[in-house]
Design a protein around this ligand. Sequence first.
Ligand code: ZN
Length: 443
Amino acid sequence: MVNYDLIIKNGTIVTADSIVQGDIAIKEMKIKEVSIGKPIEATADKEIDAKGLHILPGLIDTHVHFNEPGRTEWEGLETGSRSLAAGGVTTFFDMPLNSTPPTINKINLELKSTAAAEKSIVNPRFWGGLVPENIDDLKDLHENGVIGFKAFMSPSGIVDFNNVDDETIYKGMKEIASLGSLLAVHAESTVICDQLAKEKQSQGKTTARDFVESRPIISEIEAVRRIISYAEATGCKLHIVHASSRKVVQVINDAKQRGLDVTVETCPHYLSLTVKDLEEKGAMAKCAPPLRDAEEVEDLWAAIANGEINVIASDHSPAPASMKTITDNFFEGWGGISGAQSTLNIMLTEGYFKRNLPLEKIVELTATNPAKLFGLSTKGKIAVDYDADLAIINLNESFELKNEDLFYRHQHSPYVGMTFKGKVKTTIVGGKVVFENGQPMKK
Ligand SMILES: [Zn+2]
């Protein structure tokens, strides 16, 4: 009789289309058996009793900034990946910027992937960058396994990662289309944001509200419309990251209706925080595009319920607390929200419990869709021959998030102080437990 590496017994198994009681058997990093309604009769080196607990495919966070190599004083692959494990995330896609050097050529990609192989306790994948200087490097990056390419339509805030001009967009998208890859964009209008920021600051208007008003929804819409036109002109597959409003999602939806291959991400902070939080929490809750008002939050949840959003990702973009102190000018201070550990908590608390979002939908947005969209053919599902990447959660357990619960390099987050319902108990990557009893493993 077969001896498995691990059997998870008596759990409630959640996938994108079903919730069932059953056992899961794992061998050599893969799910080998899923038994619905009757126990798996086999031995195993390790057993986990998941009675009363829910088992989800491990989350795939398609948008994090771990800043390694070169800026590990902000975060790092070890601390970043341990925080993901604590949040039930089993795979991440690291963005090409905020690490130094940025991931804009093959050599830089190798530096990052070597560091990740050494330090990450969950599965790492990498975005390549599209910047005005690296069109000739895209092919190399693609052939060396980047998940896709990321460009900024407005300044990135990082000196070694330039935003793209329209000519770079056109040439880059043509090249990316020919590679069969996709382009993800930070879509905000430089002109609109710059002009408004200048106007505000010249009038001494520097509050949180002023900052938000300097980056209005129409600035996202303008950039999204423009990049969609380029997608149409070049045939390049497009992914819009961190849409902050359903009004932006609507523009993308219209393009989808016309048959364009375009998808959209939103983030937990746009689903749980508002301008009021920004006023109260300060730079801890500062990001771009900025937080919006409460009606926009509700509209985004409606968009999710209506199937208009493809992916939920954290856009974890941490920085030391010293960069998060604002004196009296909200335009100063680092923009970027530290939140990767809490994505599932927010989706469960604000989505499942507060707004009746089905668990299956949460799995679809955080695991199944990301796997499908980015070609991870053995991830995102609990089924035979899929990778044994799992999150085991207790939906009945509530807790208040405290700074000391966070495994980031810098133990702060705008979510600290929030009470979450639903707690990650165990995280499994490739059949191996990487988080249990409140502690992520050390590599
Ligand atoms: Zn980002």
